[in-house]
Design a protein around this ligand. Structure first.
Ligand code: ADP
Length: 262
């Protein structure tokens, strides 16, 4: 595992270049260029269906671009073959680049038959080869950090939605990715559980090291946590520091979108 110290601060951590994505005839993303600095927290907002999730899923190699390149920590996620098509990198390379990134989803996707401790230990042991004793210590520390140190032996079904989502966050963090995509992590939760999850995210963001791509409908949260907010709809329509984008948006589409949240 690379240490944070190896990150080159002068280079972007994430570099999308000319990224387009279509699903058949549906053109979802059109020539996106986006750099994210190491440690930067970028919130992505936009209407439903505007390609936010697709943008995030591409960063964790769950979706392949139709055109363009994506680099994370200097490593290309995809390679062009001789015909110019984008190909999955070979297994070894894919393993390396996937180690840079993590994602937390709307639906928490915990392993239902495992205790929450095992849910969090599983990937470090199976994917990184961390010895079990060490993985257990790291998992406990991470679960304590998200306020679930008392629930180690519980199964996901015994936890509330908010608690399950906090387990999912701990599970992503324990892999120590350089970049984490949080995709609408509160939108499947009952309203009374949204706050506890956002609080955990704010704490992680305040620690500073992890580069975060936060896809969200929580405007107050985006405003508080993000260094930069991007409004997109198939392409980047407008971006800037939260104060600027929320208080003085320039593009009529941004203005119209934000007016729904007032
Ligand atoms: P958002 O996150 O902004 O709501 P998405 O990235 O989820 O937008 O989706 C953008 C568009 O792409 C939507 O119209 C969605 O239905 C479509 N889409 C997403 N994934 C797929 C897929 N795997 N196959 C076909 N269409 C998809």
């Amino acid at each position: 595992m690379k240490l944070q110290a190896e990150v080159n601060k002068s280079e972007p951590m994430v570099r999308y270049r000319g990224i387009s994505k279509s699903f058949g005839d549906l053109h979802v993303l059109d020539k996106i260029d986006l750099d994210i600095a190491p440690g930067e927290k970028v919130a992505v907002i936009g209407p439903s269906g505007s390609g936010k999730t697709t943008l995030g899923r591409m960063l964790v190699t769950l979706e392949k671009p139709t055109a363009g390149t994506i680099e994370v920590n200097g490593d290309q996620l995809w390679h062009k073959n001789v015909n110019g098509s984008l190909m999955p990198a070979d297994a070894k390379h894919l393993y390396k680049v996937r180690g840079h990134v993590g994602m937390v989803f709307q639906q928490f996707n915990l392993f239902p038959h495992m205790t929450i401790l095992r849910n969090v230990m599983e990937a470090p042991v199976q994917v990184l080869g961390v010895p079990k004793k060490e993985a257990k210590e790291q998992a406990i520390a991470m679960l304590e950090k998200v306020g679930l140190g008392q629930k180690l032996d519980n199964y996901p079904r015994q936890l509330s939605g908010g608690q399950q989502q906090r387990v999912a966050i701990a599970r992503a963090l324990v892999m120590r990715p350089k970049v984490i995509v949080f995709d609408e992590v509160t939108s499947a939760l009952d309203p009374e559980m949204v706050g506890e999850v956002l609080t955990v995210l704010k704490e992680i963001a305040a620690e500073g090291n992890t580069t975060m791509l936060l896809i969200t409908h929580e405007m107050a949260f985006a405003r508080e946590v993000a260094d930069r907010v991007i409004f997109m709809d198939g392409k980047i329509i407008e971006q800037g520091p939260p104060e600027q984008l929320f208080e003085n948006p320039q593009n009529p589409r941004t203005i119209s979108f934000l007016s729904r949240f007032r």
